[in-house]
Design a protein around this ligand. Structure first.
Ligand code: ZN
Length: 68
C-alpha cells in the first residue's frame, strides 16, 4: 500500500507532521460503490494546526474538479 506523499502545511509550508489519529470516511464512487477511506489527522509541528490527510484514492476527484 502506498503511503501518502508529503504535503507541506498549507499554513506555514512546514513538512513535519505528527499523526494524532484517524477516522473513516465513507464515499461512493462514480459507479455507486461504497468505499471506505481512512483519513489521518495530522498536527503540524510548527504551527500546531490540525490537518486532514487526503488519501490517494480521493485525489482524482479533486483533480477532476480542479480541471474543469
Ligand atoms: Zn503549519
Amino acid at each position: 500500500m502506498k503511503c501518502a506523499e508529503k504535503v507541506p502545511c498549507p499554513c506555514c509550508n512546514h513538512q513535519d507532521f505528527k499523526v494524532i489519529g484517524s477516522r473513516e470516511r465513507k464515499l461512493k464512487d462514480e459507479r455507486g460503490m461504497a468505499r471506505t477511506f481512512i483519513i489521518r489527522r495530522l498536527r503540524c509541528q510548527q504551527c500546531n494546526k490540525i490537518h486532514h490527510e487526503l488519501p490517494d484514492l480521493m485525489i482524482p476527484y479533486k483533480r477532476y474538479a480542479a480541471d474543469v
